[in-house]
Write a protein that binds this ligand. Structure first.
Ligand code: NAD
Length: 255
């Protein structure tokens, strides 16, 4: 039975991924602030270390897969927390659990990013600051930016980190495939929070989704399950847009 760790497993997309993987026969190690195997706060360095320790104990040092899904939406008023959870809460867990993933015969990790990474405004100095790894500076910078700039910037930094890291000897060379899912609007409590925000609500409603409507958490879970499976053993360092065609509509032929 494969051991698979899922952050953000208590709600929304993470809960759907955890349920799907458990149905497929995995032993799921959920990580969240509540209702999880490992209770940890991914917004702090200590919380992330506790999460890494908890997962290591639960999987006995051999982890088949990791899904970094926990996140805060752009409507959250603590902008520093958005950056801490969405970038450091994913990147530090991946790095901290790399040796446990390498201990499995083949391993795979997926980060849940967003199609906001390719929208105008995602590029900001926050991206480079995240990649440089100084969380104190990132948090100070985040406090001066809008929630959507911090959200998109942290997700873009995470995706850029993944693109740089996936093909290296420590990851692909050690049998660990890293991939990202860039989701569009998906019906979850996070999306509800955005929709009820005075500024983000109308912006999300005006967001064109060519297939119509919003996605369900199970739409994302199905793709994540596929990316973790042996059927995608040649897929590495890729970013899958699961957004009803929005990215294709907005960026056209550019990819
Ligand atoms: P959600 O709010 O339903 O779930 C997020 C989970 O993350 C919650 O269980 C929450 O407790 C956990 N979490 C938040 N802060 C944490 C912390 N400090 N420590 C530990 N856990 C913490 O949201 P969701 O929509 O399921 O979002 C999941 C991921 O998908 C996020 O990374 C989000 O950015 C991304 N995403 C969502 C959408 C969408 O429209 N819902 C679109 C694109 C990307």
């Amino acid at each position: 039975m494969p051991s698979i760790a899922v952050t953000g497993s208590a709600s929304g997309i993470g809960a759907a991924i955890a349920a799907r993987l458990a149905r497929d026969g995995a032993e799921v190690i959920g990580i969240d602030l509540r209702d999880a195997t490992v209770i940890a706060d991914l917004s702090t360095p200590e919380g992330r270390l506790a999460a890494i320790d908890g997962v290591r104990q639960a999987c006995a040092g051999r982890l088949d897969a990791l899904v970094a899904c926990a996140g805060l939406g752009p409507h959250v008023t603590d902008h520093a927390a958005i950056a801490s959870v969405n970038y450091f809460g994913a990147q530090e867990l991946l790095v901290g659990l790399r040796r446990d993933l390498a201990a499995a015969e083949t391993a795979s990790a997926v980060v849940i990013s967003s199609n906001s990474t390719t929208m105008p405004g995602a590029e900001s100095p926050l991206v480079e600051a995240c990649l440089e790894g100084d969380e104190t500076i990132v948090r100070q910078m985040a406090a001066t930016l809008t929630g959507s700039q911090v959200y998109a910037g942290a997700k873009l930094a995470l995706t850029q980190w993944l693109r740089r890291t996936a093909p290296t000897a420590e990851w692909a060379g050690a049998g660990i495939r890293l991939n990202a899912v860039a989701a569009g609007p998906v019906r979850t409590p996070l999306l509800e929070g955005g929709l009820s925000h005075a500024i983000y609500g109308p912006a999300i409603r005006n967001f064109p989704v060519p297939t119509g409507g919003y996605g369900d958490a199970d739409d994302i879970a199905a793709v994540v399950a596929f990316l973790l499976s042996g059927e995608t053993r040649y897929v590495c360092g890729s970013v899958w847009f699961i957004d009803g065609g929005t990215d294709a509509l907005v960026r056209g032929a550019k990819y």
